[in-house]
Design a protein around this ligand. Structure first.
Ligand code: MN
Length: 744
């Protein structure tokens, strides 16, 4: 590496910004520079035509000035320059130069047809007639939606119209700071985030999309933009030596396998970080402290070999792996993605792809303008081979028009299509709520209002009662059923995907947990007092609390409830000298039965856990055992495991089920079945269970002999009565030798 004359196996990344972005020392591309750039990829492009268009644009825009003070023609020239970044054909470059002359300069489409031919004229006409998607003078949603329909229809006729429009918008966003009013800067930026950036993504034009998003985000949320940019900058300046070290380690590993290519450091974009921070409960550290690289190799084969080399050297984080080569994204994107613990145990993100895949990743549909049969143009065949159907993607929008629906409906549908990683649902009153894909009714509830989230007990989706774990789908109408007080269960945290819902649920359950431990503790204290012959109502609580070494009664109850302090020790401190039978108790639970705390009515929740050994179901006779720091473990009264807790009488609680269980919480029971070894026996059992309204969630084969099968089923049911019915139905089958519920 680095020897004079040799080709470096790993090229240094090309970090120079595009000439259109920052023409060095000059404000805009000169005529001959533009021609050179086009001819670099389309050698047969005509100097004459390009020069003619350049001069025409300069002349027609004449003395007009931009808000920036630049001559107006600097804008169409910059747009044409951006289109050369996409390697668009000569007609598109010319259309870029002329895209504003019809609207601004009293030139007709016929004039253009006469001067530059039909192809250019139709492109300019298309761009000129594109409706304003959200014009400041048309704030009404209806007009917006109708215009959006027209916009999509116009761009499906020739996707180059869309590419010119996107280049136009990108240059306008690059100069947005010159717009005179904040109102106009915000409006244009919101439009960019809502319509243009998603459209650019839709056709795979990610270099434009990323820049459009960041420029618009900077206007719409300057504080967040500045904070994230600053953090990103700190990371890269702090870690230059680490970046270089990881880079050289990856290069060494690849070279050892004979893999040659180009390794690029990858900048994280502020807007994409912001979207993730907004949607998921992750911290900036999770997102930012990742060292991101992209490896460009010659062949697809090299991609997989490079992946293998990385995974053999470093531990891969499997959940971060994706193979978009074998299954490309709908916009044609192909690449391998992996994350591994690299040098110094740092998380390293590596994207591996070929040069062709890189072109598609950056330019999407535009990557398919190339020579075919000595004509420079869109190569539909190459696009299809790459798995890309960008025009089809837009035609999908157009198809929606044919299927009727109002313009507003169309706009919403089109937006749904553009935001693939989002899900759009409605409140019962028809208000649209956008959530990240995978969101559940809990996320919805918290997105609408924290108070609604806190009191959620159930949900109806499209009029049907559905479990809170249900992932919402586009267009669902979600109605939240609310209780009178906070109802969050600890496992609900895992049902939510948004950071907002998850942290709120965590906060609620922490409060509820303490409350429940206090309640348990109070009950245990009452029970202990009765055991030594005292009436809890007559005991001076304050004095007892103080003697036990606590300032507040709640703190004492909590300590007892959490099992940090035993009631025996508490009694010893508070009432020394009084005989405590609980201390020596070795009594069996039969003897202790009557003296147990009676009538605890608890819902499965924060501090109560159904024991897995016997899986109690609503309706079973149950008993609770206090396990320090864990809470109450609930067993059926005849569970064999209860023998382990004999002798800890003061840790036992008599419990019974609340009359009506939590509608959302189905319980799981286990059934052991022995059947004749006959074809179709299992299918028959499964059908019987489901006919009896049980939901099989697991099947285990225990034994299989020539004559008999032994199965265990885990069945989801609402209560023990249902499970009994299912067992009975199974026993009724001719093939079934025996069926019984498994306890303990
Ligand atoms: Mn323009």
């Amino acid at each position: 590496m680095g020897q004079p004359g040799s080709v470096a196996p790993f090229k240094k990344p090309d970090t120079a910004p595009s000439a259109a972005a920052k023409p060095r020392g000059r404000k805009f591309l000169r005529q001959n520079e533009l021609v050179d750039r086009v001819q670099a990829y389309q050698p047969d492009a005509s100097d004459d035509e390009l020069n003619k268009a350049y001069v025409f644009a300069v002349m027609k825009h004449g003395q007009q000035l931009r808000h920036s003070g630049d001559p107006y023609f600097a804008h169409p020239v910059a747009v044409a320059g951006l289109l050369t970044d996409l390697r668009m054909d000569q007609s598109t470059i010319i259309a870029g130069l002329l895209h504003d002359v019809v609207e601004d300069c009293d030139v007709s489409v016929d004039d253009i047809r006469g001067l530059f031919g039909k192809d250019v004229a139709e492109l300019v006409d298309g761009v000129t007639k594109l409706p304003k998607v959200t014009g400041s003078n048309s704030p009404r949603a209806l007009i917006q939606a109708e215009n959006f329909q027209k916009f999509i229809l116009a761009t499906t006729k020739d996707i180059r119209v869309l590419l010119v429009k996107l280049a136009d918008r990108l240059h306008n966003m690059r100069t947005i700071e010159f717009m005179p009013t904040e109102e106009s800067r915000l409006r244009i930026s919101r439009e960019t985030l809502d319509i243009y950036a998603p459209l650019a993504r839709r056709v795979g034009l990610s270099i434009f999309a990323g820049e459009l998003e960041d420029l618009a985000f900077r206007q719409v949320n300057p504080v967040a933009y500045a904070a994230i940019s600053k953090r990103l900058e700190e990371l890269t300046t702090d870690d230059t030596s680490i970046l270089d070290r990881i880079r050289s380690d990856i290069e060494t590993v690849m070279l050892a396998r004979g893999i040659r290519g180009e390794l690029k450091g990858r900048m994280k974009r502020p807007y994409s970080i912001w979207r993730k921070l907004e949607n998921k409960s992750i911290s900036f550290k999770d997102l930012g402290d990742v060292f991101a690289y992209r490896l460009i190799v010659p062949t697809t084969d090299d991609c997989y070999r490079a992946l293998g080399a990385a995974h053999q050297q470093w531990a891969a984080l499997s959940e971060k792996f994706a193979d978009y080569i074998s299954v490309p994204k709908p916009n044609g994107y192909r690449s391998l993605h992996t994350t591994f613990l690299g040098p110094g145990n740092r998380r390293v993100e590596l994207q591996i792809r070929t040069t062709d895949m890189e072109a598609v990743a950056e330019r999407g549909v535009a990557a398919h303008w190339k020579y075919k049969n000595s004509q420079y143009g869109f190569d539909a065949e190459s696009a299809r081979e790459a798995g890309l159907d960008a025009e089809g993607e837009l035609i999908e929008f157009a198809d929606m028009l044919k299927h009727g629906g109002s313009p507003e409906e169309f706009l919403e549908h089109a937006k749904l299509q553009m935001y693939r990683d989002s899900v759009f649902v409605f409140t019962p009153k028809g208000q649209l709520v956008r959530l990240p894909a995978g969101a559940t009714p809990l996320d919805f509830a918290y997105a609408v209002h924290t108070e609604i989230g806190d009191t959620t007990i159930g949900a109806r989706i499209n009029g049907q009662e559905r479990p809170l774990r249900t992932a919402l789908e586009n267009g669902d109408t979600v109605e939240i059923q609310r209780g009178t007080k906070p109802a969050a269960q600890p496992h609900w945290e895992n049902l939510a995907v948004t950071g907002r819902a998850r942290s709120a649920i965590r906060r609620l359950t922490r409060v509820a947990e303490r409350g429940e431990f206090i309640a348990i503790g109070r009950r245990l204290i009452e029970h202990a007092l009765r055991r030594i012959g005292l009436d809890p109502a007559e005991v001076d609580q304050a004095e007892m609390t103080e003697r036990a070494g606590f300032e507040k009664a709640d703190a004492l109850a909590e300590a007892i409830g959490r099992g940090r302090l035993s009631t025996a020790d508490m009694l010893e401190k508070a009432f020394p000298g009084l005989d405590d039978p609980g201390r020596q108790a070795s009594a069996s639970r039969d003897q202790d039965g009557p003296s147990l705390v009676a009538g605890g009515e608890m819902t499965a929740g924060v501090t109560m856990h159904l024991a897995e050994c016997c899986s109690p179901l609503p309706g079973d006779r149950i008993i609770g055992v206090l396990i320090p720091e864990k809470g109450i473990e609930v067993h059926v009264i005849d569970c064999a495991r209860l023998a382990d807790y004999e002798g800890q009488a003061d840790h036992w609680l008599d419990l019974r089920w609340k009359p009506k269980g939590d509608a959302d919480a189905l319980a799981v029971g286990r059934i052991h079945v022995t059947t004749a070894n006959r074809r179709g026996a299992l299918a028959l059992l499964a059908k019987t269970v489901s006919d009896a309204q049980g939901n099989i969630i697991n099947v285990k084969t225990l034994k299989r002999s020539p004559d008999f099968f032994d199965f265990e089923f885990d069945v989801e049911v609402e209560d023990s009565k249902r499970l009994t019915q299912i067992v009975a139905a199974l026993r009724a089958l001719a093939v079934v030798d025996s069926a019984e519920r498994v306890k303990g």
